[in-house]
Design a protein around this ligand. Structure first.
Ligand code: PHE
Length: 341
């Protein structure tokens, strides 16, 4: 009997020491110490042992039992610790490794300049209005005092979709749409940014599609002086505080009088590629809204007056950043675009 206890004890301890997983330990515990376990059975069977051997054998078996119990517990503990250590090292993050760089995008330079111009007018109390790029002949031409057969139609090489439908050649049609939706309320103070289309072959200063921003102010008593003041502030804000503005008489069918507006070149008149030595560069067209245009918009030209202006966003970006080829805006060469991050 003694030998059996000894053997079971050694066997159990060896098995416990070799167990690699908690489930194995549980199986061993049941096998040796459970209700029908091998050591348990010996303790139960003490009754059959001669009385003089009972105390010694009982003590031996109890000690073996306790020892195996303790071994199971401590092995379980160290397995758990090993497991935790393994998991921790597998999940470990080396915070000293270089990170993964996520390339961050940026707004296109045309978009940036558009935003800046919008900001300027928003601060003056203008709001933003948009119109469709596929436009009716009526809004693009007719209501702007450019009837059929008018030579100004030829000047704007138009993409016609049908007789009545076209890709808008400027943002001026939004003037009419806005006035119609607001009339007879005053004042009208809106800007209309957006894409326009002209049948031009791309070259350094032409693209078949580019962006304009229209501004329109209508109220009682709006004067050319208001237009001039707005544009002087505009030029200083967008091109720098030393910028000067020059008005040249011009002609647009939808404004009277009309002007083309130049700003002093950033070369200071010394002559550069941007101004060609002239010292001035044209930035936009403007004028007092033609009475017939006010009528088409639903306002009485005897009662109200207004000014309007239209500028090219690409052109403004080119002048400000010394860009000499408009096609760069569409080529998506990141080496070009990144310069404006
Ligand atoms: N629509 C004109 C153009 O595209 C610009 C302009 C707008 C001129 C408003 C006067 C007033 O050339």
């Amino acid at each position: 009997m003694r030998e059996t206890v000894e053997r079971l004890r050694e066997e159990a301890l060896a098995a416990v020491a070799a167990a690699a997983r908690p489930e194995e330990l549980e199986a061993l515990r049941v096998r040796y110490l459970g209700r029908k376990g091998e050591l348990t059975r010996i303790l139960r069977g003490l009754g059959q042992v001669p009385p003089e051997e009972r105390p010694a054998l009982g003590a031996l078996a109890n000690r073996a039992r306790e020892e195996v119990e303790a071994a199971v517990a401590s092995r379980l503990q160290s397995l758990r610790e090993e497991e935790a250590a393994k998991r921790l090292s597998a999940e470990a993050v080396d915070v000293t490794l270089p990170g993964v760089g996520w390339p961050v995008g940026q707004r296109h330079i045309v978009h940036q300049v558009r935003r800046e111009i919008e900001e300027f007018f928003l601060h003056l109390g203008f709001s933003i209005a948009e119109g469709p790029e596929v436009e009716l002949d009526y809004f693009n031409f007719e209501a702007l005092n450019i009837p059929r057969g008018h030579p100004a139609r030829e000047a704007q090489d138009t993409f016609f979709l049908t007789d009545e439908l076209l890709l808008r050649t400027h943002t001026s049609p939004v003037q009419i749409r806005v006035m119609r939706s607001l009339s007879p309320r005053l004042p009208v103070r809106v800007i209309c940014p957006g894409r326009v289309y002209r049948r031009d072959t791309p070259d350094p200063s032409h693209l078949p599609s580019f962006h304009q921003i229209e501004a329109l102010a209508v109220d009682r008593g709006v004067t050319f002086g208001d237009l001039r003041g707005t544009l002087e502030l505009f030029a200083r804000t967008i091109f720098g505080p030393a910028t000067r503005v020059r008005f040249r008489p011009s002609y647009f069918p939808f404004t009277e009088p009309s002007a083309e507006v130049d700003v002093s070149c950033m070369c200071g008149g010394k002559g550069c590629g941007v101004c060609g030595g002239a010292g001035w560069v044209e930035i936009l067209g403007a004028g007092m809204v033609h009475p017939r245009v006010l009528e088409h918009g639903g306002y009485d030209p005897e009662e109200v007056s207004g000014y309007a202006l239209g500028l090219g966003v690409e052109r403004t970006a080119m002048l400000r950043h010394g860009i000499d080829d408009m096609r760069l805006f569409l080529q998506n060469d990141v080496r070009f675009l990144r310069q404006f991050a």
